[in-house]
Design a protein around this ligand. Sequence first.
Ligand code: SF4
Length: 362
Amino acid sequence: MFSIHDESQIITLLESHGHKKFRYAQVENALYKNLITDFSLIETLPKDIRELLVANCFYTSLTLHSEKTDPEWQTTKFLFKTHDDRMIEAVIMRHLSGRNTLCVSSQAGCPMACSFCATGKLWLIRNLEFYEIIDQIMWAVHHLAREDRKLRNIVYMGMGEPMLNYEHVKKSIHIACNKKKLDLSNRRITVSTCGIAPRIVDFARDFPQVSLAISLHAPNDEARKRIMPVENTYPLDVLMSAIDEYVAITNKRVFYEYIMINWVTDRLEYARELGELLKNRLAHVNFIPYNPGEGTDSDGFLPTSKMIIKKFQDTLDSYGIPSTVRHTMGDDIDAACGQLALKEEGKSLATETGKTIKKPQE
Ligand code: SF4
């Protein structure tokens, strides 16, 4: 059995049974335009092809473990179980402007171990297949369609480091943007990385229209190293030269994510250092108030006060760098990346190992 989103497998299947290639266009139309999930109901196809699809393909690889929507109906968080019982998360964000964004996961767990992040506490469990990413997207498309809404934006900011599962992320972006499939604009997709420098340049060449977000979170090597182990492999100067190359290729503004943690990332001299670092660059900074969650605050991190965040913004303003403070949607439903999965995987890893969460064997 294989995924219905695997175009080359479906075409091979159809051709091996003597069907013409145009039949795939009918499958595509049924799946992505008419949102049919049951292959036996694709009326444009003859009965034998419908039976062929039912016998050989699955519509989705994910089962819904839980779904939570916040009282203001701004965010819905899905916790999915993969075929091998791993937990992954996806979050729909409904913005007041009417725009709907989906945050998708690219890995189960994450090897990058950023100290402020729930997913990092799981380490890497495995990479997701491209169709597991598409399955999250299709789930959201259907969910929003039932509310008479459309998915407009996708951000690869859920569980995992997308640049470490690049081939599958790439394939999923191609499916999302394909006019005959989901037909989303390249410009409405954002991929976020904690700083896998060589991949940033590949990404610029492969997707010059797709937006890039950098999880920066600190303006110098020492401060970054304290919370982001990636700094040991790709220090700030290496990261910034990759970003400069990205901008030279794409001429696009880069989004810098900066988490505000009391006394850790929010010292006012850091605001000035951040200003110096970004002042001659095409940059926009997103401040993210730290979201402490159950099982994630082992470092004793606390959120920064609104007053300090405002001071940071004023300092960046004086360097001519635009910034916004991310509205923390869905705090009460653990909408920060990895928090629900950590709770569930924490239970299952504890069962598997007889201990609490531990790093899988190399
Ligand atoms: S912040 Fe991103 S890169 Fe860092 S551990 Fe979490 S998921 Fe991985």
